[in-house]
Design a protein around this ligand. Structure first.
Ligand SMILES: Nc1nc2c(ncn2[C@@H]2O[C@H](COP(=O)(O)OP(=O)(O)OP(=O)(O)O)[C@@H](O)[C@H]2O)c(=O)[nH]1
Ligand SMILES: [Mg+2]
Length: 574
């Protein structure tokens, strides 16, 4: 019967609109699950279900429920000789039969009757029922009614109370009223004509308009349906009722109007959602600018740390210079003809070299290296502290609180808060475990391989001493002494001494360079590591930003698409 009630294009329009609203609902609910906008769209969809409302009113036992059953071709409403309908029934479509109380006097029944997909029907208790509340409830449906069927029985047509009710409906709600004259089968055609004429006249006289009169017999209609007898349906008056419903409900203007109003509401929802997404994007951008400034600061701090670290290396330079000076002096003073015996004995020479020149130079240099490692560790700890407080200031939880509350919505606020708290906790616990001592140790370890190679006292002594000796006695000391050329040695020595000094200097330089390269590398690695660790602590924010930015861009694109679709659909409706 649905297809009989509404023309094809109207059905298609309603179905298309429903599908469109469903798509909007899925999208809105995804953006803010269970939020008020999703509920609003759902309500609009639900409202589409009961888009057309037929309200049936009349006195007790007039035949209202039977009329509805005949119209729906289904025994939906209880009917019988005694007052039966004791509350307002809203009849709607449902896959299965169900009944729920909307309040003490209103129940919503769903039944799998096709025609109810397109219209809801309100069956009411007789208006002259003893419960005043019933009438109030019945009237509360009138403003939304698309058709009001006023049912009066042929055996007692149009009583005084009925006239009063009709007057009210007409005056207060400005509704067109179709007058159904029920139970025509119990009177002859002649009597029917008399009653119809009486009704026409009474309406004119008391209400000032000529109503649509629909004489019906529900009993006959039921038989017609059972026998599939079109002529009988015509005779029952229900064919005319159906035509009336079709005409009224499918009137294109009215349908367009009906369909347009949810679309306007949906555009509102989409506009709000777009504004929310835009406000979220703005806050994210500002957050991200703050985060970027931290990143730049940390990068800069890393570079400047390396530069400043270079200055920290000067005590190491000085230690090597002192070593070099001592060595030079020692060699100049020791390599003399009078000391021939000393440097003829490699063991003694080495011992003297160690006490005079090295004098714990290795340990001293190690201490200097420790000092610069400590300095670096302290600097990196400071970098941590600075970055964390900078992050707290720029990407603050409290910062955009009001804007977030006003525009971005509670869910966004929650995710942002969670992310920020997580980052903060993470950075704090990193900072707490950042021990200067441990870091010193790490830096020492980083440099240690090169350091033990060049700074182990024995190695240093052997290396530097040997360098001096080798220059001094290129052909082997034994041979030199055995030749007994003390005199010639006297002439040769200054040149040899010079070569020894140069050899020693070269050894010191190489050692110094090796030490500096190792320390510089360790410092640079450590500075990079510290900067990376600091940035790492804030990385979840970066991920949050990137992820959110992508999804918000997607949201805004989808909002645009849906808005276009809704607007196009609205334009089609005219
Ligand atoms: N002969 C005949 N009897 C009808 C017709 N319509 C209703 N009746 C009878 O009239 C009585 C009342 O019908 P209902 O449909 O229950 O009337 P109602 O207006 O819903 O009554 P309440 O809900 O109690 O106000 C029942 O016994 C029906 O069988 C009809 O077209 N012809
Ligand atoms: Mg009833």
């Amino acid at each position: 019967m649905l297809r009989e009630i509404l023309p094809e294009e109207a059905i298609a329009a309603v179905e298309n609109e429903r599908a469109l609203l469903e798509r909007v609902h899925v999208f809105v609910d995804e953006f803010e699950p269970g939020g008020p906008d999703a509920a609003r769209v759902r309500e609009l969809i639900d409202h589409l279900e009961d888009m057309f409302l037929l309200v049936v009113v009349g006195e007790v036992k007039a035949g209202k429920s039977s009329f509805i059953n005949a119209l729906l071709r289904s025994d939906v409403c209880p009917e019988g000789p005694l007052p039966l309908t004791d509350r307002v029934h809203v009849l709607a479509y449902g896959e299965a039969d169900s009944e729920s109380m909307l309040d003490d006097h209103v129940s919503r029944r769903t039944v799998p009757v096709e025609s109810l997909r397109r219209m809801n029907i309100v069956d009411t208790p007789g208006t002259n029922s003893p419960l005043r509340r019933h009438q109030e409830i019945t009237e509360s449906f009138l403003p939304r009614a698309d058709i009001v069927f006023f049912v009066t029985s042929i055996d007692c047509p149009l009583t005084q109370t009925e006239l009063q009710l009709l007057g009210d409906i007409r005056k207060r709600w400005r509704k067109e009223i179709a007058c159904v004259l029920a139970k025509t089968d119990i009177r002859s055609e002649k009597d029917q004509a008399v009653v119809l004429e009486y009704l026409r006249h009474s309406f004119q006289e008391h209400l000032g308009f000529e109503p649509t009169l629909l004489p019906v017999s529900s009993v006959m209609a039921r038989e017609a349906h059972e026998e599939n007898d079109a002529a009988k349906l015509e005779a029952s008056g229900f064919a005319a009722v159906e035509r009336y419903v079709i005409e009224n409900l499918s009137e294109s203007q009215r349908l367009a109007l009906k369909l347009r109003s949810p679309l306007g509401a949906v555009l509102d929802v989409l506009g709000r959602l777009d504004a929310t997404a835009s406000s979220q994007t703005q806050i994210l951008h500002r957050d991200f600018a703050g985060w970027n400034s931290i990143r730049e600061q940390v990068d800069f701090a890393g570079t400047s740390l390396k530069e400043r670290a270079e200055r920290q290396l000067s005590p190491i330079h000085v230690a090597f210079e002192n070593l070099e000076a001592r060595g030079r002096r020692f060699l100049r003073e020791t390599i003399r003809v009078t000391n021939l015996r000393l440097f003829a004995d490699a063991g003694r020479f080495r011992a003297a070299f160690e006490t005079e020149v090295l004098r714990g130079a290795g340990e001293e240099i190690e201490r200097k290296i420790d000092d610069s490692a400590r300095w670096l560790s302290e600097q990196t700890k400071e970098l941590w502290e600075r970055s964390l407080s900078h992050f707290n200031e720029t990407v603050s939880l409290a910062k955009y609180r009001e804007e977030i509350a006003a525009g971005a919505g509670p869910r966004f606020e929650q995710t942002r808060d969670e992310t920020l708290v997580r980052i903060r906790e993470n950075a704090k616990s990193n900072l707490a475990t950042w021990s200067v001592e441990n870091e010193c140790l790490r830096i020492r370890q980083l440099a240690s391989r090169s350091l033990t190679r060049v700074l182990g006292t024995e190695v240093l002594a052997a290396g530097l001493g040997a360098a001096a000796l080798a220059a001094l006695v290129p052909t082997g000391l034994g041979l030199f002494v055995a030749a007994g050329v003390a005199l010639s040695g006297f002439f040769i020595l200054p040149a040899r001494r010079q070569r020894a000094v140069e050899g020693f200097e070269k050894g010191v330089r190489e050692t110094r360079n090796a030490v500096l390269v190792a320390v510089r590398e360790a410092v640079s690695d450590e500075a990079d590591r510290a900067a990376a660790a600091v940035l790492d602590a804030f990385a979840p924010f970066h991920d949050f930003y990137e992820g959110k930015k992508r999804s918000l861009a997607g949201v805004r694109e989808r909002v645009g698409e849906l808005k276009d679709e809704v607007s196009a659909f609205r334009a089609e409706l005219g």
